[in-house]
Design a protein around this ligand. Sequence first.
Ligand code: TXA
Ligand code: MG
Length: 324
Amino acid sequence: MTRLLPITDDSLSLAVQTLAAGGLVSFPTETVYGLGADARNPKAVAGIFNAKNRPQFNPLISHVATTEAAFALGMPTPSATALAAAFWPGPMTLVLYRTNDCPIAMLTSAGLDKVAIRVPAHPDAKRLLQLFNAPVAAPSANPSGKISPTRSEHVMQSLEGRIDLILDGGPCESGVESTIIDCTGPTVQLLRPGGITTGQVSAALEAAGLSGVIDTPSESNRPASPGQLASHYAPDATLRLAALEADADEELIGFGPVAGQGKLGLSLSIIGDVNEAAANLFDMLHRADAAGCNRIAVAPIPEQGLGEAINDRLRRAAAPRDAI
Ligand code: TXA
Ligand code: MG
């Protein structure tokens, strides 16, 4: 049975007990809801893969309460130190080499010698991590390949009966997942665009006296970050991008001057604000899916600020399904 509880001192201590016993707890972060388990406990982490039907080679992000705790798990580099100072706590994940005594289970990192670590800013996530006082592995709390959850209802709808507890902290503020940066090499690599833009990352590196150049992994490196799989964020409906008009039987999700058309009339942001659009993105795809739309179209989104991450998600969602 899955319990859905508002966040209180009692539900937080139940969450800590559940994690310590190897159970699964969904909790809000400022990006999306995570599906958490004790990152040190491979059985608990296997439970995440099972609940999500996730391919086992997909490594997970470990969440901790402080930068100090993060650098006890992954070895700091100059770029990691600069980015942590600029963006933690917040929607950024750093990929670092494991420390010698890193307690994160190998299953959590899918056998890789690098670990992905995040210090979230959401106050309830922070309280949970402080109380648990150990790394919590948490992918987004959705079945593998489906839309990420930005409300507790999304988690309940797709994972009820498969997880122990959902902490309800209301809707997530940002709506797109964290930016993932590999800091192990001479220049940093962008593994996934997200809540912190590449412009912000370059500026923070340069402010620390480092190179602001950001590499993107070559095709041959791709399997190291399976979140880059072409069709990772798929609604059930087919998706057409950069649409100005709805075709017959199509639900058009609007943005800015392009108004929503169809039975729902949704717009990611009537005023053309990419931050508002990011916060609405997964919720509106969920709603169009839930309303039984077979064909969804989305208005053009500018490739600026969080528009980078939105377009990345939309391209994956629109990719042919056999690309998985
Ligand atoms: O905002 C977020 O990042 C959310 C919240 C819950 O924190 N989490 C999230 O996790 O999006 P997930 O598991 O859905 O995405 C994790 C991504 C995957 O694409 C995975 O391949 C990549 O991180 N990743 C994890 N560990 C890695 C590693 N050692 N090397 C390269 N990529 C890694
Ligand atoms: Mg995900």
